[in-house]
Design a protein around this ligand. Structure first.
Ligand code: AMP
Length: 387
């Protein structure tokens, strides 16, 4: 049975109101929908675009009743919203992605166990339920390893790279001090040649679309820039797209997903992480694809057919992290950027600059990939220097 289509004029609820929620709301408004945003932070950017705003904490039962009766369908822009709330909402409204998928992906251990049970390649890993199990996991995997909190970490937060026995001791002490019930995943440290990501769109009828493979560079666990298309052989790109699609089909995922991968020195592909929502590394789709990842999210939320994923131009997306944003907030800085051919500036309107906070991004587009790379590198070199 095909899913009924929600017509323009309907209200779409989104849990979380960060920049991803704001970009979802912008796409939804352009397509004739109204948006209800629920984010406890009143300064969250998506509230500025919402027809209805909720700023109560997520457990608030009055808000959940109101939100459920208002929204014709609900989606999310942040994977750490309570799965229990999503489960409650999906009994009353159309909820994508489902709470079951969210539960699997919210917990890094469950996510990796699920993927490896389906024979989808992931780095070797071990679950750690107490500080005393850390050494056992390290003995099993061999140094170096990466230790990550099972839940709630993002942008490299709650992660440690352990290279020596003294690092193991140090992290053991940190784990001992955390509250009971915490779990961690310890993974082999992958010697990758590059990090890749693939966006997969899948609707309730099982129709799917896979975007071109993007190549990502991180700095201290935070995405610095994304190049699309990735500098990889066509065969590797096909393999990456196939692996990403297999993972989302195995999950029976409905929504927009980002599959992050490691391309290793030996030439294999390993899944690092799956996000059940549009992703920072997919922002290029706003400026150089026929249909953006956010429009796809609106389409899936409304039961509309998935859109084309054609890349119209190579691009490099550069994040504006923390103080970076100052370089484009001055008259000279933003004029320089607006004078740069092919540059598209996106600012998220966050009132406070904080270290590591994503404040905006710039997409550099050009007829040739090399030109986009060169322009973006010149721009990166100016960041944190007064213009
Ligand atoms: P995550 O939050 O798991 O996506 O990790 C953030 C970043 O840390 C990744 O994009 C990688 O650059 C690095 N990282 C995470 N896990 C590993 C691993 N097992 N081996 C090597 N680097 C990793």
């Amino acid at each position: 049975m095909t899913t009924p289509i929600l017509e323009p004029g309907s209200i779409l609820g989104v849990l979380g109101g960060g920049q991803l929620g704001a970009m979802f709301a912008t796409a939804a408004r352009r397509m004739g929908y109204r948006v209800a945003v629920w984010d406890p932070d009143p300064d969250a950017p998506a509230h500025q675009l919402a027809a209805h705003s909720y700023t109560t904490p997520f457990p608030d039962t009055t808000s959940r009743e109101r939100f459920a009766s208002l929204a014709h369908a609900v989606t999310l822009e942040w994977e750490n919203v309570p799965a229990e709330l999503c489960g409650w909402l999906e009994e009353r409204s159309r909820m994508t992605p489902s709470s079951a998928v969210l539960r699997t992906l919210q917990d890094r251990i469950e996510q990796k166990q699920f993927l490896s049970s389906r024979l989808l390649s992931v780095p070797s890993f071990a679950a750690v339920e107490s500080a005393s199990q850390l050494k056992l996991a390290v003995d099993h995997l061999g140094l170096p390893v990466v230790c990550k909190t099972a839940k709630s970490g993002y942008d490299g937060k709650g992660q440690w790279i352990l290279r020596s026995p003294s690092d193991v001791k140090l992290v053991e002490t940190i784990l001992e001090q955390t509250k009971t019930g915490q779990r961690w995943i310890v993974e082999q440290f992958v010697r990758f040649v590059r990090e890749l990501s693939v966006l997969v769109v899948r609707n309730e009828n099982g129709e799917s679309r896979v975007y071109p493979v993007a190549e990502n560079q991180h700095e201290q666990g935070i995405l610095r820039d994304t190049l699309v298309p990735a500098s990889i052989a066509a065969g590797v790109a096909e393999q990456a797209q196939e692996l990403a699609l297999q993972a989302i089909e195995a999950l029976q995922g409905v929504g927009v997903f980002c599959v992050e991968l490691f391309h290793t020195e030996e030439g294999s592909l390993l899944i690092n992480e799956i996000a059940p929502r549009p992703h920072n590394s997919g922002h290029y789709t706003l400026d150089v694809c026929t249909v953006s990842q956010f429009e796809q999210q609106v389409r899936v939320t409304c039961g509309l057919p998935p859109g084309e994923v054609r890349l119209l131009s190579p691009a490099v997306m550069v994040n504006l992290i923390g103080e970076d944003v100052r370089s484009v907030m001055s008259a000279a800085g933003c004029s320089a950027l607006y004078s740069t051919s092919g540059a598209v500036l996106h600012l998220y309107g966050k009132p406070m600059i904080r270290p590591g906070r994503k404040m905006g991004h710039v997409t550099f587009t050009a007829p040739q990939k090399e030109m986009a790379i060169a322009t973006s590198q010149r721009f990166i070199a100016t960041l944190r220097r007064p213009v």
